[in-house]
Design a protein around this ligand. Structure first.
Ligand SMILES: [Ca+2]
Ligand SMILES: [Ca+2]
Length: 175
């Protein structure tokens, strides 16, 4: 019992500065509530295209933070990628998705729903695109080393959602 903390302390949140550094943004984002938090998950609860944040607490109700990113004048673009895999791996766990919004930038995510101790996130990869209205290239790398590039001559335009079907035979582009 001595290892259980007795003073609630605020959680930390760090903002990526884009130059390999991070800044403490817990206070600015309103996330620094004193608590005994032991788990957190990101999910777009209201379906408006930004990720909301749920934090589980011991001896207190969970925190639910609404992301106000899309409430501003300039609503940022985003692309949400859902993978449909085989019967043995319907969520496409372990697949890697690389997004080249521009020639100079790259975004990478791996489909994993586990987040630390007893926390889980939705089985969707969410890519923030800011002011970009199209994606030049999207690559999926699966366990079997399948890979597909969507060339820059056929950019993915103004899309909020895509579902990629993964199979041993083919990766189908659904439109
Ligand atoms: Ca949201
Ligand atoms: Ca929002």
């Amino acid at each position: 019992m001595d290892s259980i903390p007795i003073v609630k302390i605020p959680n930390y949140a760090y903002k990526n500065s884009g130059d390999l550094t991070f800044q403490d943004a817990g206070e600015i984002w309103g996330l620094n509530k004193p608590s005994f938090s032991n788990g957190a998950a990101l999910v777009d609860l209201d379906g408006d295209g930004d990720l909301d944040y749920v934090v589980n607490n011991i001896n207190d109700p969970a925190f639910v933070f609404e992301n106000k990113l899309n409430a501003g004048k300039k609503e940022p673009n985003y692309l949400r990628v859902k993978l449909k895999g085989s019967i043995s791996n319907p969520q496409g766990l372990g697949a890697k998705v690389l997004l080249n919004p521009t020639a100079e930038s790259l975004q990478y995510q791996e489909m994993q729903v586990a987040r630390g101790y007893m926390s889980s996130v939705e089985p969707i990869l969410h890519f923030g695109l800011d002011t970009l209205g199209s994606v030049a290239e999207l690559t999926v790398i699966c366990r079997m080393a399948w890979s597909l590039n969507f060339p820059r001559s056929n950019p993915i335009k103004y899309l909020k959602w895509i579902t990629l079907l993964l199979s041993e035979e083919v990766i189908r582009w659904p439109y």
